[in-house]
Design a binder for this molecule. Structure first.
Ligand SMILES: *[C@@H]1O[C@H](CO)[C@@H](O)[C@H](O)[C@H]1NC(C)=O
Ligand SMILES: *[C@@H]1O[C@H](CO)[C@@H](O)[C@H](O)[C@H]1NC(C)=O
Length: 408
């Protein structure tokens, strides 16, 4: 009986709070000219529609239907919050370029627990810009040009040589990606330690795709524990490397770049460095390996593209001999490969979009996005829009050979 009363009390107060919140929220949204749209049921909004759309073969119907009804910017209500969706190239660019000024990144708390509060995904303002420019300059540095391709060449060969009989491509792609990332970040070669770290990582990643309540979800609990072990292991590495560095040992990797940038402004703390490494490993692992796997699928489905790609590579290989590693110049002389890369990225859309939150009222075209509103810039919708790309849903690397007016 008592339990019954308590739970009744709980339900009543809970729904009152939600009702009040919801009403406040609605009044606030109605007061200015926000993008049109439907917000579905109270509380739940259109969350079921978006989830069921993503469970079909073609996940576009959710956005397609709304874009044709309301235009390329519309309001919906998903995952507990009103959200402005943008499927417009210019608006997406505007939102992403105003990171830290008009918009800030916004991810659910469950993700923060897994990637760490200092991760690039969650960082805001100055620190975000600093880490971001560091990542970009690292990606453009001579370190990458001189070592990355040689490392890719070597690690891919190593893995290919170990393949026997039937393999699962996605698993192999993940292994290669992880080994390569670890090499670039920390100069660590594939070994038992790295393979164990990768197993922990897989548990962390699983945590992204489950109900983020430790009490209900074993997967989430396991992910949190695995994350703890991962950060402990990385902390040890960072500490050892600091000691080595004081003794004058120099290495060419991301960690060294992080240490070196210490002089610029204030130092990065070990905690910040570790979270940063965790997020780069998370970011690289699933996205890169899935894209690699899809590239193979698209090429298999399009034999003429595969043949042309092989021809280009065979020509380079014939010039260099079988055992000489690829170099930056070789990579730069693969025009058709670049087209295949672009087309794969356009079509696969592993990152389907980015969540941001408006820091202030923002006027875009004829609408106002109210301060505090969540915004989703859909990259996928732009990539798959027939107005931007002819036969947008077909894999056609040759489209990149004629100069494309759109550059995203
Ligand atoms: C990359 O480096 C080159 C030369 O070092 C420079 O011209 C170019 O602007 C850089 N690109 C980026 C994106 O930083
Ligand atoms: C691939 O896409 C990038 C970014 O849009 C663009 O700068 C580059 O020119 C494209 N490459 C080719 C070969 O079209």
């Amino acid at each position: 009986m008592e339990l019954y009363t308590t739970s009744l009390l709980f339900i009543v107060s809970f729904s009152t709070i939600i009702f009040l919140l919801f009403r406040r929220n609605s009044a606030f949204w109605r007061s200015i000219n926000t993008p049109p749209g439907s917000t579905g049921l109270p509380l739940i909004g259109e969350t079921f529609q978006i989830i069921s759309a993503y469970k079909t073969e073609n996940p576009e119907p959710f956005i397609d239907a709304r874009v044709s009804k309301y235009g390329s910017v519309f309001t919906t209500h998903v995952f507990g919050e009103r959200t402005v969706f943008s499927a417009d190239v210019e608006i997406n660019k505007f939102i992403l370029q105003n990171e830290g000024r008009l918009f800030e990144s916004s991810y659910p708390g469950s993700i923060a627990n897994l990637v760490g509060k200092h991760s690039l995904l969650l960082m805001r303002g100055g620190l975000h810009r600093r880490m971001h420019s560091l990542t970009m300059s690292f990606a453009n540095s001579t370190i990458i040009k001189d070592h990355l391709l040689a490392d890719i060449d070597r690690l891919v060969r190593l893995n290919l040589d170990s393949w026997t009989g039937r393999i699962l491509l996605m698993d192999e792609a993940k292994k290669i990606t992880f080994e390569l990332t670890l090499k670039q970040l920390l100069s660590i070669e594939p070994c038992e330690w790295s393979e164990n770290l990768r197993k922990e990582y897989m548990l962390v990643i699983e945590g992204f795709f489950c109900i983020p309540l430790p009490f209900f979800s074993l997967t989430y609990r396991r992910a949190i524990q695995a994350r703890k072990r991962v950060t402990e292991a990385l902390h040890l590495v960072v500490r050892e490397r600091r000691i080595e560095r004081e003794k004058g040992v120099k290495k060419n990797d991301m960690l060294a770049a992080l240490f070196d940038s210490d002089g610029d402004e204030e130092n990065f703390y070990d905690d910040e460095i570790v979270d940063f490494l965790v997020s780069l490993l998370v970011a690289g692992y699933d996205t890169t390996s899935t894209t690699m796997t899809l590239a193979v699928k698209y090429l298999t489905d399009t034999p003429s593209a595969l043949a042309q790609l092989k021809e280009e590579h065979d020509a380079i290989r014939a010039k260099k001999g079988a055992s000489v590693a690829l170099e930056w110049d070789d990579y730069k002389s693969m025009p058709f490969t670049q087209c295949v890369v672009n087309e794969t990225l356009r079509l696969s859309n592993i990152i389907s979009g980015v969540f941001r939150r408006a820091i202030t009222d923002v006027k875009i075209k004829d609408y106002t996005i109210p301060k505090g509103a969540k915004v989703f810039t859909s990259l996928r919708a732009v990539h798959l829009d027939q107005d931007n790309f002819e036969d947008a849903r077909v894999f056609n690397p040759w489209r990149w050979q004629v100069s494309n007016s759109l550059s995203i």
